[in-house]
Design a protein around this ligand. Structure first.
Ligand code: FAD
Length: 370
């Protein structure tokens, strides 16, 4: 596994293995996180990895889903720090926009000159969704968004706004506009930073509506859909790391002098983890191949995301159980990984809600295959 990779993909896998070993893993305790990010970005550009997520129109090399899967899985299989610094920003909901958004937002985003964020989730106490009133030249926005990843450092937020009479639309809102209030900053269990925003009579130029007004939900869902395969690929990479970690642990002797893996019940548990990783990996590679053949993979990407993110959660949990209390010491790699992967069962779609979508797809819309 994975079977039948082309020579180019085998080379890409080797490149990623070398990149992880030579650039991501060396001890960088002397460096600030900013310096590490800058060093990794530079090396990633040199290696040709950085541009894999970027369109050719902006100097990128836009790789297919199978290539991205190979790269993400391979890098994650080393459980390295700063994985998020390897690939360049992708266009997200700004993909294919015309002027003026193309020059003022998409191009600077691709060049790393502006930072974007995604405002979709709303707090539970919101009585009505974030709304907008459209006039000839501007949109007046009122509402709240929560959990905007990187929002506090962002120049703009691609925000889902329900425009009166026209419906949900994605709108570029500059964070410095009057009425955009950074209400709260917080860090989640995995260490990532987020923000909550209030919008009070924010006047946004009409030209900042992305695409056709009312077409925002499918556009937002496309971005979320792309990210689901990313989560699955990283989750499968981490599964490989957990299995390798456990291999070493189970081959080593315990206090009695016999290898820990000699105990039958330990072997059963370990075998279950291997079965789970094999299934997740098979699903992931099949789905990436379908995507590259131009097929609609909405259902498959949901299945991969739910299975792989729940699977890695279970695997890390079981690995901690098999290793024992040392694995719970705060900076133990299993303890760190446990915190890192927990968010993925909620981010980009809670597992239960994705299950409902899968069910609806086949039972109400007649869509989906196994
Ligand atoms: C690390 C991280 C990064 C994130 N980044 C962003 C971001 O950049 N931008 C952004 O907009 N959001 C972001 N989010 C928010 C994320 O999209 C939401 O957390 C997720 O969609 C779940 O929404 P919620 O938290 O409001 O929980 P809820 O929607 O309240 O769901 C909680 C639980 O309620 C149940 N439930 C909810 N709805 C249903 C239903 N219809 N039927 C049955 N059961 C249901 C499920 O059991 C679900 O797990 C991020 C979240 C995390 C953890």
């Amino acid at each position: 596994m994975p079977d039948h990779l082309t020579p180019e993909l085998v080379s890409l896998r080797t490149l990623c293995q070398e990149f992880a070993q030579n650039t991501l893993l060396p001890d960088t305790a002397h460096e600030s996180p900013q310096a590490s990010h800058a060093r990794i970005r530079h090396a990633s550009k040199e290696a040709g990895l950085f541009t894999m997520t970027q369109p050719t129109a902006f100097g990128g090399t836009q790789a297919g889903q199978l290539a991205l899967t190979v790269a993400r899985e391979t890098l994650a299989s080393f459980n390295p720090p700063y994985l998020d610094a390897v690939f360049g920003p992708s266009p997200g909901v700004l993909a294919g926009v015309d002027e003026p958004l193309k020059s003022s937002y998409l191009a600077p985003l691709m060049a790393g000159e502006k930072r974007g964020s995604f405002g979709f989730t709303e707090p539970d106490d919101t009585p009505a969704p974030t709304s907008g009133k459209l006039s000839a030249d501007q949109l007046i926005v009122n509402g709240k968004k929560n959990y905007v990843t990187g929002g506090a450092d962002a120049d703009f937020i691609n925000t889902l706004v329900h425009i009166e009479d026209l419906g949900p639309s994605m709108v570029v809102i500059d964070t410095h506009l009057p009425g955009v209030i950074l209400h709260n900053k917080f860090t989640s269990l995995d260490g990532s930073h987020h923000a909550a925003f209030l919008f009070e009579d924010v006047a946004v130029p009409r030209a900042h509506i992305i695409g056709e007004p009312g077409g925002g939900l499918p556009r937002a869902m496309r971005q979320i859909g792309d990210t689901r395969l990313l989560f699955a690929a990283q989750a499968v990479g981490y599964m490989l790391w957990v299995l390798n970690f456990l291999n070493r642990h189970l081959l080593a002797p315990d206090k009695s002098g016999t290898p820990r893996g000699d105990k039958e019940v330990v072997r059963w548990r370990y075998a279950d983890l291997r079965i789970q990783a094999y299934a997740a990996r098979s699903m992931l590679y099949r789905t990436a191949r379908l995507a590259d053949q131009g097929e609609n993979i909405v259902n498959e990407a949901i299945a991969c995301k739910v299975f792989a993110t729940e699977g890695i959660g279970h695997m890390v949990d079981t690995a901690i159980q098999l290793v024992g209390g040392t694995a719970l010491v705060e900076d133990h790699p299993l303890s760190t990984l446990y915190k890192k992967v927990r968010a993925w069962r909620l981010a980009e779609g809670a597992s239960d809600v994705l299950r409902l979508n899968l069910g609806r797809g086949i039972l109400e819309l007649g869509k989906g295959r196994i």
